[in-house]
Design a protein around this ligand. Structure first.
Ligand SMILES: [Ca+2]
Ligand SMILES: [Ca+2]
Length: 292
């Protein structure tokens, strides 16, 4: 928490272009602590324990009214590019889940088994070029599954990621800069892990699409049209292995205009086209680090 001296210094040094700066700021709640100071014709009251009620900026300074933020929260940005075999279509991916009407959920869909990810990522509206949600994880050199963080993000038609905060890539809140393996998961494609550790934050995206071995292990990506590579379609139950269990999952699904994990090509319909994507991929096994 900023000290009173620090806060006051910020106030004095600000540009004071906002009329509110020339007024007394008084706490609006009974707080657990706080203080009051005057100087240079300005006064400032601050509290501890009051939720943030407003943030004012002047020049490069920021003054938050209410409960001041604790230490700056560490954030690590990760940029990556990945294709999914199912919706892949000549160097880009179809966005049929959103067309003509959208079935794309506005809240991340990885809260259920096997991911059991309880993140609160959500969006008000999806970008028009959003294909689907991905679930990404960072792991350290020991493959510690909780070393770097987890995040649900949007996959765009060009293969890049878009965080729900509106920025490119994935935003790992609470992570520290360092070297991490990246795991990319999709709800009905075989998950992959980066072939090497990424130095994060990265300013250039880690590109899975340029070669099969951009993913760790043998035969972990499907050759696609145009000499590019993408995640294998058909892991309907998302366990990291494409097997008869996925076929059984598929046979119990049906429907039109649905958001369903048996929809391998992400066209909102469960049809034989989805089986045809699964069948040649049956028996492909994800590396141990991505399997559930
Ligand atoms: Ca499976
Ligand atoms: Ca389909």
């Amino acid at each position: 928490m900023k000290t009173l001296k620090h806060i006051f210094a910020i106030l004095i040094c600000s540009l004071f272009s906002f009329s509110v700066f020339a007024q007394s700021l008084s706490p609006q709640v009974v707080a657990s602590g706080g203080g009051y100071a005057t100087g240079g014709g300005y006064s400032l009251s601050y509290t501890i324990g009051e939720p943030v009620t407003a943030t004012l900026t002047g020049g490069s300074n920021i003054l938050t009214q209410g409960f001041h933020q604790p230490d700056l929260q560490a954030i690590v940005k990760m940029l990556a590019k990945v294709f999914l075999q199912g919706p892949y279509n000549g160097g880009t991916m179809n966005t049929t889940l959103q067309s003509p009407t959208s079935v794309l959920p506005l809240t991340q869909p990885y809260s259920t088994s096997p991911w059991n990810y309880n993140g609160l990522e959500n969006i008000a509206t999806a970008p028009a070029n959003a294909v689907d949600w991905l679930y990404v994880e960072l792991r350290d050199g020991s493959f510690n599954p909780v070393a770097g963080g987890k995040r649900a993000v949007l996959l765009l038609s060009d293969g890049t990621l878009r965080d729900v905060d509106g920025t490119a890539g994935a935003t790992f809140i609470g992570a520290v800069p360092g070297n991490y393996y990246l795991i990319v998961r999709h709800r009905n494609h075989l998950a992959v892990m980066s072939a090497s550790q990424l130095s994060l934050p990265n300013g250039t995206e880690y590109d899975f699409t340029t070669a099969a071995n951009q993913a760790l292990g043998t035969n972990q990506q499907k050759p696609l049209q145009g000499g590019l590579f993408g995640l294998y379609s058909g892991d309907f139950n998302s366990d990291g292995v494409i097997s008869v269990a996925d076929f059984n999952f598929y046979t119990f699904q049906s429907g039109v205009n649905v958001y369903n994990d048996a929809d391998a090509n992400l066209d909102k319909q469960i049809t034989v086209a989805d089986f045809n994507l699964y069948q040649p991929n049956a028996s492909v096994i994800g590396i141990q680090q991505v399997r559930y």
